[in-house]
Write a protein that binds this ligand. Structure first.
Ligand SMILES: NC(=O)c1ccc[n+]([C@@H]2O[C@H](COP(=O)([O-])OP(=O)(O)OC[C@H]3O[C@@H](n4cnc5c(N)ncnc54)[C@H](O)[C@@H]3O)[C@@H](O)[C@H]2O)c1
Length: 398
């Protein structure tokens, strides 16, 4: 694949590290940046043959098959419009739009142009996430009841994130987009998210947008997704997921305390994304680009283009996430559950809540069983007719 990267900032460097850090058959042919100096530096740092300060010129370059949008949120729609016009496949960073209306336009543009729209949701490609998702799909956790994802750090690195007009909001749109899509994957992408209840507040920073939020996303099958996001968390980047199913649970810590701890008096430099210090006990990450999912993500994106299929995360998913975010903002304002407006829905309709009843014998349902310290087993049962709840003890075999 021959790639152009639009943007030369923070995420553009993560993407280039992932694309060029190890052997790949894909090559970055061109980088676009507003200023010649930044474009030239980026091209030289990553050994990229072409650079441009002109978007049209960058997109029409004959050596480019696919374009990565690594620009600030306000420019995603405009960049997608230009790519669709140039008939180049698009991989767009998160969030897809600032609103569902923007994301819907982007989805329509790729659909109409017959090009692929990949949604660069890296945290849905981290090794721990992919393994968890596979276990869930294999049935290890049974029916998923609750999926929580948390992303919290001390706040973003560029000015435009803090400007609500340019970014579309605060921690919800910036970090909640990851958490919402993570929970949605665990619960099942075919299951419709229907309502959101969200608390959001500006607790620390002098900005219009929220720097803290917690939200609940209700799904049609009765499952609940939960997102926790913060731009006020001190001590690094906290990326954790918890999933609870009828047959099991998963806890993931993606970034802090991953089993790598180091002490330094502070003579080194960069430790890990959003690490606030380089002295004392530190939590570095072995291969940041891989642990954050970028490597698996680009493999899926390019395989998808070659195989003429949709990648695991695509513009449709980005649109659903934006629709959930819109409802979260509405709920934070109204203080009530707000309906998720989905003009485009490609999953299942009217999935009813699965049965909650496990039959024990002809007369009883099983509520739970447990082995006591004595070795005896207790069963809590419910009579199928009278509804009476009883306890039955089975003595331990001695
Ligand atoms: N984990 C992730 O997936 C992840 C992490 C960080 C950022 N992002 C996303 O990546 C995008 C860029 O964020 P970043 O952290 O790289 O920010 P950044 O500020 O470091 O870089 C933004 C880039 O956009 C360019 N830009 C800004 N305004 C422009 C304009 N008017 N015309 C042309 N270029 C302009 C800047 O020059 C820079 O190259 C955002 O959408 C952000 O949400 C994703």
């Amino acid at each position: 694949m021959k790639i152009a990267i639009l943007g030369s900032g923070f995420i553009a460097r993560f993407y280039a590290d992932s694309l060029l850090g190890q052997r790949r058959k894909d090559t970055v042919m061109l980088v676009y940046s507003r200023t010649e100096e930044r474009a030239k530096t980026f091209a030289s740092d990553y050994n990229i043959p072409h650079y441009s300060t002109n978007l049209e010129e960058a997109l029409s370059h004959p050596d480019v098959d696919v374009v990565i949008i690594a620009l600030s949120n306000d420019l995603h729609l405009q960049a997608v419009q230009a790519c669709a016009k140039a008939q180049k496949h698009i991989l767009c960073t998160k969030p897809l739009g600032r609103t569902a209306a923007e994301a819907k336009q982007m989805l329509q543009l790729v659909d109409e142009a017959g090009i692929m729209g990949g949604y660069l949701e890296d945290l849905c490609y981290s090794p721990k996430f992919l393994k968890s998702l596979q276990s869930i799909k294999n049935g290890s956790l049974g029916r998923i009841l609750w999926a929580k994802s948390r992303e919290a750090h001390p706040g973003p690195h560029s000015n435009w994130f803090w400007n609500k007009e340019l970014s579309g909001g605060g921690a919800i749109v910036d970090l909640g987009c990851h958490c919402i899509e993570i929970a949605r994957n665990y619960i099942g992408k075919n299951v419709k998210p229907v309502e959101v209840m969200c608390w959001a507040a500006t607790q620390v920073h002098p900005i219009e947008a929220e720097d803290n939020a917690i939200g609940l996303v209700k799904y049609e099958n009765g499952a609940i997704g939960q997102f926790e996001v913060s731009w006020c968390f001190r001590g690094g980047m906290d990326l954790r997921d918890e999933v609870q199913g009828t047959e099991g649970s998963i806890w993931i810590n993606n970034f802090l305390r991953t089993g790598f701890e180091m002490f330094s008096s502070g003579k080194g430099g960069y430790v890990a994304e959003k690490a606030e210090t380089s002295n004392g006990w530190l939590f570095p990450v072995g291969d940041e680009v891989h642990e954050l999912g970028y490597t698996n993500m680009f493999t899926d994106m390019f395989d998808a283009i070659e195989q003429g299929r949709q990648p695991q995360e695509n513009f449709y998913d980005g649109y659903i996430v934006n629709a959930v975010i819109d409802a979260a903002y509405a709920s934070a304002k109204s203080g009530r559950w707000e309906k998720i407006q989905l003009d485009v829905w490609r999953g299942e309709e009217e999935i009813t809540q699965a049965t909650l009843l496990t039959s024990f014998d002809d007369h009883h349902y099983l509520i739970k069983d447990e082995i006591l310290p004595s070795g005896a087993k207790v069963l809590i049962l419910k009579d199928k007719v009278s509804g009476e709840i009883s306890r039955k003890t089975i003595a331990a075999n001695i």
